[in-house]
Design a protein around this ligand. Structure first.
Ligand SMILES: *Cc1c(COP(=O)(O)O)cnc(C)c1O
Length: 388
């Protein structure tokens, strides 16, 4: 194989061609390009109908009502709107907030900002398998706690968190619960009629939809109140104003519909592929699996290699598009804060790679990748570069 293999589906996914086919119907002069807010003419009314159809499909994926779905530009915006919006609206009841050390930056950086604005934040620690326990949440809740934000599936190590456990605690204590479900939606069944979650973030580009569109679920019965973060033309009930991008939203809706219909079969296939990959990798000398193997989303592996040099490993693996565990913040390379929180030493964390497969991954690709990683690691071990 001489074309690079894409194994980075947790970073983003290609759009499904069936999604693209729908998206292009809502763009040009021959399509349905009207402003969905223009209710005085057919162009607008048709666009509005397309948006509402998409809203139903998004709602169905999480078993919510369409009027509980508010379109945004993606999960980063949904997280900002949920956390900041809820904190600002409810701050008279208290200024204590709870999240965890392994959240996505789109969550952590909002909390950092709220700290600068006078809120107090407790960061829950994961165990060595990357799981944040419901009991640690229970212990952290105080009389002045107003909001908890914890993710459904971790984007680096793929761990499935105890969201049902969290929701039982927050609903019993009268504290709002926000869940970032970017990596869970379309992969795990999510039933918001069963789990009492108040706010839930979604994004289209992790489920074969377009980039730049997502949604925030806001429970309406009983109504969860949040303050808008931006102000403008009153769209989305004023919670998130701005002209609705019809084509993006249609793509998101179509992606949700496909995900719901194909989730069971797709996950079965991906788990089999992932397990096949792990079976071939697990005997490599010095390999360590990061994150719980049981409570783990079907498409993810995250591994470290004891004794290897992180930079050389990533460089040597250039024919397969995997994600390096470390984050490049401007000029410096930092080990993953998620692995750090789990107690993985920095030198080892530097060698972390995330392998995430998806809808278009084939068995041949998985076998090639397993062989390629085996050979590369063996070669690096033989030439024996110094660590660090
Ligand atoms: C990708 C991702 C985000 C950011 O989503 P965007 O739509 O790219 O803004 C937030 N949280 C998690 C867990 C993610 O995986």
């Amino acid at each position: 194989m001489n074309t690079p293999i894409y194994l980075d589906y947790m970073s983003t996914t290609p759009m499904d061609k069936r999604v693209v086919n729908e998206v292009v119907k809502y763009m040009d002069v021959d399509g349905c390009f009207g402003n969905p807010s223009s209710s005085t003419h057919r162009f607008g009314i048709q666009a509005s109908a397309a948006v509402e159809k998409a809203r139903k499909n998004v709602a169905k994926l999480i078993n919510a009502e369409p009027f509980e779905v508010f379109f945004t530009s993606g999960a980063t915006e949904s997280d900002n709107l949920a956390i900041r919006g809820a904190a600002l609206f409810h701050q008279r009841r208290g200024k204590h907030l709870i999240t965890s050390e392994i959240e996505h930056k789109a969550v952590l950086d909002v909390f950092r900002q709220l700290e600068r604005e006078g809120f107090e934040v407790t960061y829950l620690k994961p165990d060595e398998n990357g799981l944040v326990s419901a009991s640690s949440l229970s212990e952290a809740i105080r009389d002045d706690t107003i909001l908890v934000s914890l993710m459904y599936v971790n984007n680096e190590i793929g761990t499935i968190q105890d969201v049902e456990g969290y929701a039982a605690i927050t609903s019993a204590s009268g504290v709002l619960l926000h869940v970032d479900a970017s990596q869970a939606a379309g992969k795990l069944p999510i039933d918001l009629k069963k789990i009492p979650i108040d706010l839930l973030s979604l994004t289209a580009h992790k489920i074969y939809g377009p980039k730049g569109v997502g949604a925030l679920y806001i429970k309406q019965k009983p109504k969860v109140r949040i303050q808008p973060v931006i102000f403008g033309g009153g769209q989305e009930q004023g919670v998130r104003p701005g002209t609705l991008p019809t084509h993006q939203i249609v793509g998101f809706g179509e992606a949700c519909k496909l995900a719901l219909n194909e989730m069971g079969e797709e996950q079965d296939r991906l788990v089999k592929l992932r397990n096949k990959l792990w079976l071939q990798l697990k005997n490599i000398e010095g390999i360590r699996l990061n994150g719980d193997l049981e409570n783990r989303i079907g498409n993810n592996l995250n591994v470290c290699f004891e004794g290897l040099n992180g930079e050389s490993l990533i460089f040597a693996l250039k024919d397969i598009a995997v994600s390096s565990g470390s984050a490049c913040t401007s000029s410096t390379v930092e080990p993953s804060y998620v692995l750090r929180a789990m107690g993985v030493p920095d030198l080892l964390a530097d060698t972390a790679i995330r392998i995430s497969i998806g809808r278009f991954t084939t068995e041949e690709e998985v076998d090639y990748c397993a062989q390629y990683i085996q050979n590369t690691v063996k070669w690096l071990q033989e030439i024996g570069l110094p660590k660090g």
